[in-house]
Design a protein around this ligand. Structure first.
Ligand code: FAD
Length: 267
């Protein structure tokens, strides 16, 4: 779609250049899908030169500009949780354009409940690295960055630079469950479980809820404990309601898939 109010396309990843009416441009698959009467400049971060995936002593850093195709191709023998990269990438209703152009950061910043990069990075305890227009940098859990349907805790002009995944999470056993109302439909429910080093379990609920919800157990929960934890963590109005699934269905499937994950990861 033409963005008729945009007059400047500027290659920069420097938040100090941010002005009202600007938008960060990554893959553009969302930005060029909607009309806008307010956008004046697009600040193109795709030429920032950030390495897409960097292994370091703490784990893995995924640049915000890493494409879905680059993430999909990543492998690492010592990190079984990397299997989630392909499972989550496959959760896109992905055309060639989405696969090769859209970015991890763009998906998280868009903050759709069915954002599979939010599911992936929240489930693996991802920390978002955020650059601010005043030159400062802050970090926060991805699970706290996406706060609602299309809503993030990013402030005006802030740029998501990278997501850091800790090695401990990448080493964990994981279980993935996803449901959609149709074969090639958008995710209506997407749950990821992972074991912790101390014998615990973390289940991350996305797509069925408007924002990520995490359940943490210090040891393997019973079926009742899991259900009670879901009762307490997800009030009825947190279940998402749109054409991709009614809240009651999303709730029922959340309980079902969480139980499947509990059984699969029980040792
Ligand atoms: C056919 C089709 C199917 C789709 N299916 C899905 C789906 O299943 N699930 C889903 O979640 N989405 C889906 N989308 C929406 C979209 O393609 C994805 O969310 C995509 O990952 C967005 O990434 P992008 O790099 O193209 O973002 P862009 O379009 O470049 O940017 C999106 C928004 O994020 C902001 N932004 C981008 N990067 C950053 C950054 N580093 N820091 C701060 N802000 C930033 C932009 O300013 C803009 O507001 C679909 C789209 C299409 C056309």
């Amino acid at each position: 779609m033409d963005l008729n109010t945009v007059t400047v396309l500027r290659p920069t990843a420097d938040p100090s250049e941010w002005q009202p009416g600007d938008a960060w441009l990554a893959g553009g698959t969302v930005l060029f899908s909607y009309d806008s009467s307010t956008l004046k400049r697009l600040l193109d971060i795709t030429h920032a030169g950030w390495p897409p995936l960097t292994i370091n002593e703490r784990g893995l850093e995924i640049a915000a500009t890493c494409t879905i195709a680059e993430l999909y191709a990543f492998t690492h023998e010592a990190w079984p949780a990397v299997a989630l990269f392909q499972q989550c990438a496959d959760s896109f209703v992905a055309s060639f354009k989405i696969w090769n152009m859209s970015t991890v950061g763009g998906n998280i910043a868009t903050a759709l409940p069915a954002g599979p990069m939010t599911s992936l990075t929240a489930a693996l305890e991802g920390t978002a690295v955020v650059l601010s227009p005043d030159g400062s940098e802050r970090t926060l859990p991805v699970a706290d960055l996406v706060i609602g349907d299309g809503a993030t805790s990013l402030r005006e002009g802030e740029l998501l630079r990278a997501i850091r995944l800790p090695a401990a999470a990448l080493q964990s056993r994981t279980a993935f469950r996803r449901l959609s109302l149709s074969n090639l439909g958008r995710s209506g429910v997407l749950l990821i479980g992972r074991t912790t080093t101390l014998g615990g379990l973390v289940i991350t609920v996305t797509a069925s809820t408007t924002r990520p919800v995490q359940l943490r157990f210090s040891s393997a929960p019973t079926q009742d404990e899991l259900a009670q934890s879901l009762d307490g963590a997800i009030p009825t109005d947190l279940y998402h309601n749109d054409i991709h699934g009614l809240p009651q269905w999303r709730r029922d499937m959340t309980y079902r898939l969480a139980e499947e994950i509990r059984l699969e990861l029980r040792t």
